[in-house]
Ligand binder design. Structure first.
Ligand SMILES: C[S@@+](CC[C@H](N)C(=O)[O-])C[C@H]1O[C@@H](n2cnc3c(N)ncnc32)[C@H](O)[C@@H]1O
Length: 199
């Protein structure tokens, strides 16, 4: 039997306890358990980073000597680590890539995107908007990843999801569909994890 929706579920409470800004921090933590995605001293770009849950985890993984860049439509409060750079950027704006390059020119070892549109409750529209953001994240990843780098993006299953997955498969050696344990039971989101970028 499916459990009723609980906004203050286990992961929400754990995030509060551990000083994490969002329960989504556990999702990226679980995804990063896959070997070879990101390591100390590397560069990572996080798209749709506010309020900073993913970014806190990513910054800890790369550590001092690495670079973690986070951008979002909304301002991101400082993570308090000198190797983390953030900016308010609309990924759908024509100057988005230039603004990201100004923070760090790249190349990046990993690009993550947890971007999600403001949903209106109309499934086809919400899915289409989500895929538009995914497509933009993919374009940024193609421009800024190093060869053999990795890409993680949130997608909503449905609509043109299979088409999008095939476009990733054409550019990465391997593309996995991952649903971290921290994903809410009722959500139809998952993450595509592409490794071995073709350059
Ligand atoms: C689920 S939240 C991200 C949570 C974040 N990963 C964390 O762990 O704190 C989705 C984010 O996507 C951002 N977003 C939506 N459309 C965007 C756009 N066009 N450009 C940049 N960010 C966008 C939203 O502002 C929102 O902060």
């Amino acid at each position: 039997m499916t459990k009723p929706y609980d906004p203050k579920d286990f992961y929400y409470r754990q995030a509060k306890k551990q000083g994490l800004r969002a329960r989504s921090a556990f999702k990226i933590d679980q995804i990063l358990r896959r070997p070879g995605l990101l390591g100390r001293g590397q560069a990572v770009l996080d798209l749709g980073a506010a309020p900073g849950g993913f970014l806190q985890i990513l910054a800890d993984v790369v550590g001092e000597g690495g670079v973690a860049v986070g951008v979002d439509l909304e301002p991101i409060r400082s993570v308090g680590k000198p190797w983390v750079r953030t900016a308010t950027v609309d990924l759908l704006a024509p100057d988005a890539l230039d603004r990201i390059r100004a923070l760090h020119p790249g190349p990046y070892d990993l690009v993550t995107s947890d971007m999600a549109p403001k949903t209106i409750g109309v499934k086809v529209t919400d899915e289409a908007r989500s895929l538009e953001l995914c497509a933009m994240a993919f374009r940024v990843a193609e421009a800024l990843l190093r060869p053999r780098g990795a890409f993680v993006t949130k997608v909503f299953m449905g609509g043109d999801f299979p088409v999008f997955r095939r476009s990733l498969q054409a550019r990465f050696d391997r593309v996995d569909v991952v649903r971290p344990a921290a994903t809410r039971e009722h959500s139809y989101e998952c993450y595509l994890v592409g490794t071995g970028f073709g350059g």
